[in-house]
Design a protein around this ligand. Sequence first.
Ligand SMILES: [Zn+2]
Ligand SMILES: [Zn+2]
Length: 301
Amino acid sequence: MAKTKQGKRDVDAYTIKGTNKVVRVGDCVLMRPADTDKPQYVARVERMESDGRGGVRVRVRWYYRPEEAKGGRRPFHGAKELFLSDHFDTQSAHTIEGKCIVHSFKSYTKLDNVGPEDFYCRFDYKAATGAFTPDRVAVYCKCEMPYNPDDLMVQCEGCKDWFHPSCMGMTIEQAKKIDHYMCSDCAKENGAKRPSNSYPVSPNSDSKGRNPGVYDNWMDCHAQVNGFASNLYQRYKTWEEANRTWLLYKRHQDQATEIKAAIAETCKAPEKPPTVNCSKDLIIILLVVVVAVQMWLLFAK
Ligand SMILES: [Zn+2]
Ligand SMILES: [Zn+2]
């Protein structure tokens, strides 16, 4: 064993108090939180050393739960999702209450049974800046959300995209019963061939959106428009351009002709973003304009 500081030496293994579970460097552990109402902290053990007084100190790298990260929990975060942070600490080994496994996202989605000790991590997280790596992940469904492994999704046999039953106007029960699924777009294309498999989204006439405005990232913009059948959004290259269009829209909200012009401008050839971009460096300006269904229908013509 390597000598480190005076009286301290590296420890290879630590047995969790009151158990026969042995912790080694590289293992993931559950640690007692300062506030006992909170869920246990999750950490990866980077190093263990004796404290020179019969105890063991562990150097840990924290995993953050979505609620502990900047931006909080998003709809696509699974219940067992963790972010590997760049936040390190040294703790008494006494605070270790159990062991756990933090899987890669891929291996987590292949688990037959998810036990209480199973977690997954697909993002690294910088605690100081709130930045995630990778800053882009694949998105699915009409709602363009990253995959939440807790949510049931059905795959379209036509376009091979995956869809949330609720986004396609189905209940979970209906979705579980169908063997072959065609999304509404593909069903439309295939016309009479597969009419029974299409579940058109029923428009929600109460939808007015949440907080219409200008957003500097797709995640926040998406949070505003998600689930609103009458939502409108558009990406702009500059903040000024987005702001200008937004102010124009607001100013002329009561003047039908000008609204029409603003919407026509706003929604010219809406482009489907292929990925979600969480990067603060890459500024994507999005304008969220939410209008009543009638207006949307008017535009849709
Ligand atoms: Zn969806
Ligand atoms: Zn499809």
